[in-house]
Every structure is written in C-alpha cells, then in structure tokens.
Ligand binder design. Structure first.
Ligand code: SF4
Ligand code: SF4
Length: 326
C-alpha cells in the first residue's frame, strides 16, 4: 500500500499562514462531502477551466471506479455527493450514480454547465434532475452576454439563458428546497471577485430582464492553476496575481475551507483534498491515496496538502465550492 508522507512535502507560505490562523495544524475534520470528478470530457472549452476540460478530452471514470464510489456512499452515508467534471452528465455512469445515491437518501449536487442539456441524448436532463431532487450548481461568469461568451465561447450566454428557463419551468431557482439552483460567478481577469452579496443583487436584476431566476450566487476566485495560470503567464501577470492573492489573505476564511470536510476522488480512483489539488496531482497525505484503500478514520485526521495556489481560497472574503466563506 502506498502511503504518501506529508513530511516529504516542502513547507510553503500557505501552510504557515493557515496554521497561524487556526492556532493548530491545517487538517481535515469530519468528512461530510464525497466529491467525485468523473473526467475531463466537456462540451465546452472555457478559457479559465482549471480542469483543462474540453470536447477532445477522453479521460472518464470507468464503471468499476463508479461502483467503488457508490460502495463508499453505501458504507459511510456521507450527507453530500458532489459530482463534477468536465461535464459530468457526459459520463456513461452519471445517471446510475445519481439514481443510486438518491436511493440511499444522500443529497446529490451536480456541477452542471447549462449548455450540456442541448447535446444529443441530454435533452431530458432538467427532468432527470427534477425527478431525483438534484441540487444544480452552474457557472455563469457574468450576467452580460459579452462577459460570459468571452470566457466560455460564443453563444454560451444565450444557450445558458435558454437552459435556465427550462430549469425554472420545473421549479428550479424558485425557492423550492427540492429544486435548488445556484449560480457561480468568477472574475473575467486577474482580479478578485467583488462582494458576493452585491454581485447576487446585480445578477438578479439583470437576469430578471430575461425572465430567469436562481436561488443564490457563489462568487469564486480564479485559481492560478492550469488554463488560468497559462493565461496569466502569457499575459505576464502571474507574479502580480499571486502577490494579490497573498496580500488579501483572510485568516477568517481558513476554518470553513471545504477541503476540511471533503474528500475528492479523481476519474482514475485517486484521493485528493479538493478538485484543485486533484488537477495538480497532489494526492492526500497521512492516508492511503487509492480509492480501494479508502480509510475514513485516517482521512478525517489527515493534514491537508497545500501549496501557494491555496491563497486563491483565502483571499478577500474567501472562495470555496460554496462561494465566499468569510
Ligand atoms: S464547462 Fe466547466 S468543465 Fe467544461 S470547460 Fe468550462 S469550466 Fe471546464
Ligand atoms: S486549494 Fe484545495 S487544499 Fe488548498 S485551500 Fe483550497 S480547497 Fe483547501
């Protein structure tokens, strides 16, 4: 069994800051979310994608790994099953996993890019989500067509509006507890997001012009990894952006970080602290990193593996899969 040792990883600026903020080692507590990334296949190829996903990628979770994830849910009954990708709906085992998880009474959250429901064979996705009370979280970088299309590609805003109308028609984004629909905003350049509250107000006002509603908005910071990092490097802004994140470090954002209550599984069955560490291939420390050796007790005591990208999660009001935290 391969047991990665935390001691082998270099101390970094973030780990020192996090420890100071907590007055304790930066480690996991009780795991309440099993997050899985089912692969890199996506119908879009967004400029800031931290997964490097796109239509030409082929990496996808296979049936045996999907079954292992379901086995973990059966055994441990984590309250939340968070499914991401790529476009997770394009994975052949996606619907099986949602159906079985819901059958166990587990809350299922899907990171859904909106436009995938217009792909062949996906036309009934909104009805599938509704039939299983799936919580839907969708990225819409901006409430203007120009802002969203600049980051996600031409025509994406218009399709996203059409998709949101379909979700609204089924009761999503209308305040129903069994039809939760959240949007995610991320900045269009090398700067921090504005106040989540103000952005949510602006999104509500502007999307109302299209007759579209949603339950809440999460404001996320762009992480300096993968495509966004490449973009920063090309623009000569990487050092400035990293400095900006570090200068905006907010100690109050450390305690609620999602990596402290999540385990993230990759399409090929490895365990990580979060989806960002997954993209950097920083597997968990202090516990086996292979899915088949899943050790809940060790994972709930593990030290979180960090590096300087983690400053993206603690800048300003904080940024996590659930938006600003502090
Ligand atoms: S929709 Fe999401 S996963 Fe797909 S390319 Fe865009 S950011 Fe990446
Ligand atoms: S990047 Fe991951 S490990 Fe680092 S602080 Fe953010 S959620 Fe935690």
């Amino acid at each position: 069994m391969h047991l990665p040792l935390y001691e082998n990883r270099p101390v970094n600026r973030f780990s020192i800051k996090a420890q100071e903020a907590l007055g304790d080692t930066f480690r996991s507590g009780r795991i309440t979310t099993l997050q899985i990334n089912v692969g890199k296949v996506c119908n879009q190829a967004c400029k800031h994608c931290h997964v490097d996903a796109g239509p030409n990628r082929t990496e996808a979770m296979d049936e045996a790994t999907a079954e292992r994830c379901l086995g973990l849910l059966e055994r441990h009954r984590f309250p939340v099953f968070d499914i991401t990708g790529g476009a997770p709906e394009l994975n052949p085992y996606f619907r099986r996993m949602v159906t079985r998880a819901r059958g166990l009474g587990v809350h299922v959250l899907v990171r859904h890019n909106l436009t995938v429901m217009f792909e062949r064979g996906q036309e009934d996705l909104p009805e599938f989500f509704a039939a299983h009370d799936v919580e839907v979280v969708s990225s819409l970088p901006h409430y203007t067509s120009a802002g969203t299309d600049r980051q996600r590609g031409g025509g994406v805003f218009e399709e996203s509006i059409a998709a949101m109308k379909r979700l609204n028609a089924l009761g999503y984004g209308t305040g129903r507890r069994d039809r939760v629909f959240h949007l995610m905003h991320n900045p269009l350049g090398a700067f921090l997001p504005g106040s989540q509250k103000d952005l949510e107000r602006d999104y509500r006002r502007e999307l109302a012009r299209y007759g579209v509603t949603f339950d809440g908005l999460f404001a996320l910071t762009n992480m300096p990894i993968r495509r966004f990092r490449d973009w920063l490097e090309k623009a000569g802004q990487l050092d400035d952006y990293q400095a900006k994140l570090e200068a905006a470090f907010n100690p109050a954002a450390v305690a609620p970080l999602m990596c402290r209550s999540t385990v993230s599984v990759s399409y090929d069955g490895k365990l990580y602290d979060c989806d960002f560490n997954q993209m950097l291939d920083l597997t968990v420390a202090d516990a086996p990193s292979a899915l088949e050796d899943f050790d809940l007790e060790a994972l709930e005591r593990r030290r979180i593996v960090t590096d300087n990208h983690c400053f993206g999660c603690t800048a300003g009001a904080g940024s996590s899969c659930g938006g600003q935290t502090a």
